[in-house]
Ligand binder design. Sequence first.
Ligand code: NAD
Ligand code: UFG
Length: 363
Amino acid sequence: MQQKILVTGGAGYIGSHTCIALHEAGYGIVVYDNLTNSSREAINRVAQLIDAPIEFIEGDVRNAEQLREVFAAHQFFGVIHFAGLKAVGESVAKPLMYYNNNVSGTITLLEVMADYKVKNLVFSSSATVYGDPETLPIDESSPRSCTNPYGQSKLMVEHILEDLAVSDDDWNLVTLRYFNPVGAHISGQIGEDPNDTPNNLMPYISQVAVGKLEKLSIFGNDYPTVDGTGVRDYIHVVDLAAGHVAALQYLEQQADLATNDLATNDSVTNSSAINTSVGFLPINLGSGKGSSVLELVTAFSEVTAQSVPYQFAPRRAGDIASCYASADKAKALLNWQAQLSITDMCVDTWRWQSMNPNGYCPT
Ligand code: NAD
Ligand code: UFG
């Protein structure tokens, strides 16, 4: 049977790529997005790429009434919850907006899911919940702490999900902690389209390369790293999308186990029943490898043959020296691991950027 998935925030950067992967894996999708940081054009392009219409509903996850209508009209197996605001600097300036959108929005969604007995969730968390890590690579049991409202909002939602799992065994809450998503679909038709000047490294590099920005500022060259610049775990967005499919397949397997278990134990005794509840399950999605800012800039210039002028600038407030994942849990539980290289990330980013110098906006 084809399972149907509600994809909140499905018009966004990671959501649009995941819609393609979900369709390719045979899932039915309904996208729910208020387009606050995305455009309808992304959905049009996804529909072209999969050669099928997409059910798109413009709506806000804080709108319980509208969500109820969506849940009443569809029988969902689960929800992938991408919808959220993600700019760290903006969250410092507008904390209430971030807590309202990211935390209240998630609570409203969970309440509606509970009412409709849809208790399978894949939540977009972030490596930001690890703060400044004590040890590397970072595994899922590393201590969590955050220094900005965006990160706090992700951590708060994680705590809410943990409490929910304790309260009721029926919840299956896979919490994917993304490291640094970059890259674009191989077609060059969809990619990351920041509203203003990018905050993140890869879109900044590609906008310098395409001539929209003059020069990259590298924030800090005195970190205790291979070349003094910050080290991160870059993960191709297409790999990330595959990680969501793997998470859903895992949830389906667990649901099947629970059904089989019930059937076998029906006539015997329930005391031998295996606990197939997933509960709160945090999983890192990263490549497991760290790359420095200079390494990424050099790789981008080499593989695209574009020059990326840069200057060194002071450290950016709140930045850490190094952050990269242990991706062992994803491999063990989801049978997922990153496949695409830094070269792929640069080539695909450049294809998207050069084919769409203004992103989804035609002028
Ligand atoms: P994005 O901004 O491209 O996508 C988020 C989507 O959610 C957008 O389409 C936006 O319009 C929508 N949205 C926001 N608030 C909404 C609301 N209240 N109701 C309905 N729709 C709403 O961001 P992305 O990079 O695709 O990130 C997706 C998720 O992953 C976010 O939750 C983000 O915090 C998380 N994340 C992203 C990164 C990253 O570097 N891109 C890293 C870690 C975690
Ligand atoms: N950097 C520069 N110049 C720039 C932009 C970034 O030198 O113009 C450097 C940063 O100092 C850092 C590295 O490039 O060393 C990566 O910075 P990003 O802003 O691309 O990514 P961050 O690791 O700071 O943060 C990102 C997301 C967060 C998320 C985190 C972990 O922005 O939301 O990854 O997933 F929480």
